[in-house]
Design a protein around this ligand. Sequence first.
Ligand SMILES: Cc1cc2nc3c(=O)[nH]c(=O)nc-3n(C[C@H](O)[C@H](O)[C@H](O)COP(=O)(O)OP(=O)(O)OC[C@H]3O[C@@H](n4cnc5c(N)ncnc54)[C@H](O)[C@@H]3O)c2cc1C
Length: 135
Amino acid sequence: MHLHLGEISDSFAHSVHQDFQENTQVQFPVPREKGVGGSSLINCMLYVRGNKRDYDQWVDNGATGRSWNDVYSYFLKAENNTDPEIANNGYHSTGGFLTVSTPPQTNALKEAFAAAAPEVGYDHRDINGEKQTGK
Ligand SMILES: Cc1cc2nc3c(=O)[nH]c(=O)nc-3n(C[C@H](O)[C@H](O)[C@H](O)COP(=O)(O)OP(=O)(O)OC[C@H]3O[C@@H](n4cnc5c(N)ncnc54)[C@H](O)[C@@H]3O)c2cc1C
């Protein structure tokens, strides 16, 4: 069994693997934003809008006009979702400049995670839907 523990240093995030069978720890560096293009150059391209409570907290701290209700319509306006199952469910839209698609490929590990989640009480959800987490 492997467990990921995050550990941030100045220029690298070190991912720590704990191998319980071998009882060893292995570290490997995960590059962060110091290349030309920053984090935008190296991210995983998952389409995640952020959490609505963060937007609302920013307004509480003075960012007038940046509440979730202020920005939400712009997320919809920007999006061109190609997945017919979710494109028009109220949390997505089509026709914008930013094409968002559900990855067509899968693998055994991804399927195993998705199958295991409900067994421990997590729903398998759209991260940009009503709730962001599976709980
Ligand atoms: C490995 C990884 C995976 C990720 N995956 C996802 C994902 O799948 N989906 C998602 O939504 N988000 C993801 N993120 C987060 C996302 O990439 C960032 O939130 C986003 O790129 C930030 O964009 P930005 O324009 O604010 O900053 P950046 O793209 O980081 O741009 C900041 C730029 O400013 C430059 N800079 C910094 N300080 C100075 C200075 N003093 N002088 C001059 N230049 C400076 C940096 O070099 C950099 O080029 C990921 C991040 C990482 C690291």
